[in-house]
Design a binder for this molecule. Structure first.
Ligand SMILES: *[C@@H]1O[C@H](CO)[C@@H](O)[C@H](O)[C@H]1NC(C)=O
Ligand SMILES: *[C@@H]1O[C@H](CO)[C@@H](O)[C@H](O)[C@H]1NC(C)=O
Ligand SMILES: *[C@@H]1O[C@H](CO)[C@@H](O)[C@H](O)[C@H]1NC(C)=O
Length: 279
């Protein structure tokens, strides 16, 4: 779950701003890296996010329950997400990077605030979205993710042709069609790295895969082809310091628009705000 959960949460925040709200105000509340994604409710952000993070939510709940029995009201859900991500990365062979703490939780979560990237977002628009959050194109290349609904079009109806994306490797195409059947309502998580030898570890193997046209998201595939990012992809694919660099990008990501001081709250349960929503 490491990279998938972390980056989905992050991208929800980052691309949320394309439509304005991640950094913007709804009822005066800031919405950034503030755990609003964990709130249960009929129209909360969670209902708008693809199903991939279900297991992630359970892990966060379990961690929160333990922390609350030891020191109640001190550790925010936002910090728990960031720390759980760090641990998941370390457990899957990545570097154990140092995270900052002290984030507070947001008090608003609305489905319309979530605007995940269109699978067809261009490399340059994606770079713009990241740069608004203080992350550069290299950070972006380290942080991208996948999910059936995000690339279904590449398997069955690329750019309304009724055919698959011609740039996708045919073996990968067949594997993904099995994982993501047409018209299926189950929006399954898909491992970004389809190389079976390394799919469970956080490493640079995926970058070697996209150079071989085995990219899952259109945007990922384009990262390997677009002159704005192809050199970064090539360097990561060859580099020996993936863990360290990925950790650095995650730390920057964890610092995007945090709530601190008197902002927000320390939630008692990660699934609900402490006080009722005003509207
Ligand atoms: C999926 O839905 C489309 C449009 O409703 C339909 O044309 C197609 O036959 C369906 N495919 C499968 C495999 O059910
Ligand atoms: C979401 O994930 C759960 C747990 O894996 C599964 O039971 C459920 O069917 C999934 N829902 C969708 C819409 O994929
Ligand atoms: C990157 O893209 C440029 C422009 O298309 C091309 O000349 C160059 O060879 C590419 N480099 C790599 C490493 O793919």
């Amino acid at each position: 779950m490491s990279r998938t959960l972390a980056t989905t949460l992050a991208l929800t925040c980052i691309f949320g701003t394309l439509a304005g709200p991640c950094s913007g105000a709804t009822g005066g509340a800031l919405q950034g890296w503030d755990a609003s994604i964990l709130l249960d409710g009929k129209s909360t952000e969670k209902t708008a996010v693809p199903n991939l993070s279900v297991r992630g939510y359970e892990i966060i709940d379990a961690a929160k329950a333990i922390v609350e029995t030891i020191c109640p009201g001190v550790v925010s859900c936002a910090d728990i997400i960031v720390m759980a991500t760090r641990d998941a990365v370390a457990l899957s062979g990545g570097v154990r990077y140092i995270v900052q703490s002290g984030r507070r939780d947001g008090t608003v979560s609305l489905a319309e605030n979530v605007n995940l990237p269109a699978p067809s977002i261009s490399v340059s628009d994606s770079i713009k979205a990241f740069s608004k959050k203080g992350l550069d194109s290299t950070d972006m290349v380290y942080l991208l993710v996948a999910h059936c609904s995000l690339f279904q079009d590449r398997l069955y109806n690329f750019q309304n042709t009724g055919k698959p994306d011609p740039t996708m490797d045919s073996t990968l195409l067949n594997t993904l069609k099995t994982r993501c059947p047409q018209n299926s309502t189950a929006d399954k998580p898909v491992n970004l790295d389809q190389n079976p030898l390394s799919s469970m570890t956080v490493d640079n193997s995926y970058y070697r895969q996209i150079i071989l046209h085995r990219g899952i998201l259109q945007i990922d595939q384009e990262l390997a082809l677009d002159p704005l990012t192809n050199l970064t992809v090539a360097a990561i694919a060859k580099g020996l310091d993936f863990s360290t660099r990925f950790g650095q990008a995650m730390v920057k990501l964890g610092a995007v628009e945090v709530l601190a001081g008197a902002q927000g709250e320390i939630r008692r349960s990660c699934r609900a705000i402490n006080t009722p929503l005003k509207n």
